[in-house]
Unconditional design. Structure first.
Length: 501
C-alpha cells in the first residue's frame, strides 16, 4: 500500500481548475481545449512527449503566456494572470527547469529576492533576512549557512535553492518542471521527502517529469497530454508505466534500447593516461558510468579539446594531438554536450544553420556558401532524424526539447565522425524521443562509428552499452561487459563498495 495521502481522493473541491484552454503559436496549436484540475494537498503529475503541451500549460498557469481561450479558476472563482507576478499573488509558484538564480548573491538573498525585510530608512534588515532564510532551509532539513553565495553551490544544491525560493512565497500551488534533472539518487529522495512534507501541510503540487518511475513514487494522480490534447487523467494506482507510455506516444514502444548487435571491429580510439586508459573499437558503444563529480563529463570534454588532456591519444592506431575542439573535429571526433542550450545549439538560429555549423567548410565554393547544398543537407537530416518542424528554416529555440536534442545529434553526424562522445544524450527528453535517439545511436554504431556514451541514467547505460567503464574521483574504477552487468554491481563499483571485473 502506498504511503501517499488519500485525503485528496475524498474531496470534490479543486484548488485549481483549467477549462478548455487553447493556445496557438505560429504554425502549431500547442494546447487544444485542454482541461485540468488540481485538488487540495495533491501531487498531480503531468506527463507527455516533448511538444505535447506541458510547458505551454505551465507557462499559462505561471502568467508567462496568455491563453487564447478557456478559463482558469481558483477555488471556483475565475482568475486572469497578466504576468508572473499576478500568478504569484494568486498563490501559484513555478520552478522552471532552467535556474534563475544570481550566483553572486547569497542563498538568503536569492530566496527572498525583491522581498527582503526592510528596516526604517529603507535598509535591508540582514539579521531578519538570515533568520527567515534559516527557517526556510529548515523545511528541507538543510544544514547550510544562509549567507553562502549561490555560486559556491553545486547544480543540485542550486536546484534546491530554486525550489525553496518558490516555497518561501507560501504558495497554494507549486509547479515543478523536471526538478530532478540534475539531482543524484540521494538528492532525489531528499526532494521527495520534502514534497511529501509540503503535501501534508496542504500544498498542492503539479509535478512535470520525463522519468515515469518518479510519477509512481510521488504522485497521487497523473494527466497525460499528447499533441496538445488531453488524453486521460487517472489515479497512479490504476496504471502501469507501460500504460502511461502507450497513452503518451499513442503506440507501444517495443525494444526501447534496440538490439545489441556489436561485431568486434578494429580499435578505433585509445586513451593512455595515468588516471584512466581505455580503448573503443569501431562499432562499439562504451558506456561511462559514475556518481556526480566522478569526472565523466570532464573526460569527454578533455578528449574533445575543451579541457586540458594529459596522456596520449590514438585514432586508428596513429597518435593524434588534440589541443582544441577544432583539432578534434579535424580528426573526426564529435562531442554531443550534456548542456544543449548553453554549449550545444545556437538557439536563435535555424535548424539548417545549426546542422551545418560544424562542417561549414564542406559547403564553401570559391569563397561563397552553397546555400542550396546547406538547405538540402539539413532537410535530409530532418527527415532522417524525424525532427518535427514546419521546415529546416525553423528557429531551433522554438522546437521541443526532444527535437532540439535530435538537431544537436544531427550537427555532429554531419562531420561523419569516427568517434562520437554522447554526453547525457537523452537528458530532458520524453520516452518517445529517447527511443528514437537510442535507435539512431545503434545505427551509427552499425555503420562503424565508435561511441562513448556518458550517462547518469543507469538503465540507459545498461541497455545501450557493449562495455561499461565506471569512474570514481576522476579515475577508472572498474569495467563490466554490458550484457552481463547489473545495476547493483555498477553502483557498488561507483561508490567504492565493490570492484569491476
Amino acid at each position: 500500500m502506498s504511503d501517499r495521502s488519500d485525503k485528496s481522493d475524498r474531496s470534490d473541491s479543486h484548488v485549481l481548475e483549467v477549462q478548455e484552454i487553447v493556445k496557438t503559436f505560429p504554425g502549431v496549436r500547442a494546447l487544444d481545449n485542454v482541461s485540468f484540475e488540481l485538488r487540495p494537498g495533491e501531487v498531480h503529475a503531468l506527463v507527455g512527449e516533448n511538444g505535447a503541451g506541458k510547458s505551454t500549460l505551465m507557462h499559462i498557469l505561471g502568467g508567462v503566456y496568455p491563453a487564447d481561450s478557456g478559463r482558469i479558476l481558483m477555488d471556483g472563482q475565475e482568475v486572469r494572470f497578466a504576468d508572473p507576478r499576478s500568478a504569484a499573488l494568486h498563490g501559484i509558484s513555478v520552478v522552471f527547469q532552467e535556474l534563475s538564480l544570481s550566483e553572486n548573491l547569497s542563498i538568503a538573498e536569492n530566496i527572498f529576492a525583491n522581498r527582503q525585510p526592510i528596516m526604517f530608512g529603507g535598509f535591508v534588515d540582514w539579521d531578519e533576512l538570515y533568520s527567515q532564510a534559516g527557517g526556510t532551509l529548515n523545511l528541507f532539513k538543510w544544514d547550510i549557512e544562509p549567507e553562502t553565495p549561490v555560486g559556491e553551490l553545486s547544480t543540485a544544491e542550486q536546484q534546491v535553492v530554486e525550489i525553496l525560493k518558490a516555497v518561501a512565497r507560501e504558495p497554494r500551488v507549486l509547479i515543478l518542471d523536471e526538478p530532478t534533472s540534475s539531482l543524484t539518487a540521494v538528492e532525489i529522495e531528499m526532494l521527495f521527502t520534502n514534497i511529501r512534507r509540503l503535501r501534508e501541510q496542504g500544498l498542492s503540487i503539479i509535478y512535470i517529469s520525463h522519468h515515469l518511475s518518479e510519477v509512481f513514487q510521488i504522485a497521487d494522480r497523473v494527466t497525460v497530454l499528447r499533441d496538445g490534447k488531453l488524453v486521460e487523467t487517472c489515479h497512479v494506482s490504476d496504471v502501469t508505466e507501460e500504460d502511461l507510455i502507450k497513452k503518451m506516444v499513442g503506440r507501444e514502444l517495443a525494444d526501447m534500447y534496440g538490439i545489441r548487435a556489436f561485431l568486434a571491429g578494429k580499435e578505433r580510439f585509445r586513451l593512455e593516461s595515468r588516471d584512466i586508459s581505455f580503448a573503443v573499437r569501431a562499432g562499439e558503444i562504451v558506456g561511462i558510468a559514475g556518481l556526480a563529480g566522478a569526472g565523466r563529463t570532464e573526460l569527454g570534454r578533455a578528449i574533445f579539446g575543451c579541457e586540458p588532456l594529459t596522456g596520449r591519444v590514438f585514432l586508428d592506431g596513429k597518435p593524434i594531438f588534440i589541443r582544441s575542439p577544432e583539432d578534434a573535429i579535424a580528426n573526426k571526433i564529435a562531442y554531443m554536450t550534456e548542456d544543449r542550450k548553453d554549449d550545444g545549439l545556437f538557439l536563435d538560429m535555424t535548424i539548417r544553420e545549426n546542422t551545418a555549423a560544424p562542417s561549414l567548410q564542406e559547403f564553401g565554393r570559391m569563397g561563397w556558401m552553397d546555400e542550396k547544398a546547406v538547405t538540402k543537407f539539413s532537410e535530409e537530416f530532418c527527415e532522417k532524424f524525424n525532427i518535427v518542424t514546419p521546415s529546416a528554416w525553423q528557429t531551433v529555440g522554438l522546437l521541443s526539447g526532444g527535437n532540439q536534442q535530435k538537431v544537436l545529434l544531427s550537427m555532429w553526424i554531419g562531420i561523419r565522425p569516427l568517434l562520437l562522445i554522447a554526453d547525457e544524450p537523452t537528458r530532458g527528453v520524453d520516452v518517445g524521443a529517447k527511443s528514437e535517439i537510442y535507435h539512431l545511436l545503434r545505427k551509427l554504431a552499425s555503420e562503424g562509428v565508435a561511441i562513448i556514451l556518458i550517462s547518469s541514467d543507469l538503465q540507459e547505460i545498461l541497455g545501450m552499452s557493449d562495455r561499461i567503464l565506471v569512474m570514481r574521483s576522476g579515475r577508472l574504477a572498474g569495467e563490466f561487459a554490458g550484457a552481463e552487468a547489473t545495476e547493483e554491481e555498477v553502483i557498488a563499483c561507483a561508490t567504492g563498495v565493490g570492484a569491476g571485473v
